[in-house]
Design a protein around this ligand. Structure first.
Ligand SMILES: C[S@@+](CC[C@H](N)C(=O)[O-])C[C@H]1O[C@@H](n2cnc3c(N)ncnc32)[C@H](O)[C@@H]1O
Length: 233
């Protein structure tokens, strides 16, 4: 957990995974990680903001949104201010207190495990970079809960698709979506893996004006994070 140090080559917004992914699951785990504000460096991840804004804005504009794993409210502020309302949920009370302090006019907060909150009554659910902290069984339970409580509606889900033991692989995710009856409307690449050097160079080129347009043309082996637009069964 705390012993895993980020490589200087990792994008600032990457989970502090290194090659031995930390096991963070409880409120205490995440509170410890939040000892320093903005531990994932989201404030500097402007490319991530740009890509997510481009993909999410149309579907959440004037809608009621359930934002799971909202952390310190970075996306609540920079993306979901366009929603009619956003209920932002996080397991860490430290993170939620920082999110609340942003005083966002359309947001309310819940400090709870995302598996324990109701998914009913929202137009859109988003789970950006948080579901891979659940065990595989819990990830299945999460999708089953979305299917039960958010039937026929839109779910946005993202995470690293590199095949770290605990993380989603693209193939495993697609199989799970299919098995549970989810329709994959579309998926988009969010960021490039930082190994080998050639991928890092491509990552830098993407940050040039209009470079982000190349993101979805890159081969899967170069991709670190992917975003899925799903229709619940
Ligand atoms: C990598 S951060 C992502 C924050 C935010 N979604 C973003 O992309 O800017 C993961 C967040 O998910 C939260 N989280 C992880 N597991 C959770 C769970 N079971 N229930 C609620 N929140 C959880 C963590 O506390 C942390 O704030």
């Amino acid at each position: 957990m705390g012993g895993c140090r980020r490589s200087p080559d990792e994008p600032p917004y990457a989970p502090a995974s290194c090659y031995d992914p930390p096991v963070m699951r409880t409120a205490d785990d995440f509170n410890r990680y939040y000892a320093t504000p903005d531990p994932w460096g989201y404030a500097r991840a402007t490319f991530r903001d740009k890509v997510l804004r481009r993909r999410l804005t149309r579907s959440i504009r004037k809608k009621s949104v359930l934002e799971l794993g909202c952390g310190e409210g970075h996306l609540t502020q920079v993306i979901f201010h366009r929603a009619r309302s956003v209920t932002a949920v996080d397991i860490s009370d430290v993170a939620i207190a920082r999110a609340r302090a942003l005083n966002l006019r359309n947001a309310r907060y819940e400090n709870t495990d995302l598996l324990d909150t109701s998914f009913g009554g929202y137009d859109v659910i988003t789970a950006i970079e948080c579901i891979y902290y659940l065990s595989h069984e819990e990830q299945g339970a999460f999708l089953a809960k979305v299917a039960r409580e958010h039937s026929g509606k839109l779910l946005w889900l993202s995470g690293p698709i590199i095949d770290y033991q605990r993380y989603f692989g693209h193939r495993r995710l697609m199989l799970e979506f299919k098995t549970l009856g989810f329709t994959v409307i579309k998926f988009y690449n969010l960021s490039v893996y930082w190994h080998p050097l050639s991928a890092r160079i491509v990552g830098k080129l993407l940050k040039l004006p209009l470079g982000y347009r190349l993101l979805d043309r890159l081969p899967e082996r170069m991709i670190y994070q992917r975003l899925y637009a799903l229709r619940a069964p």
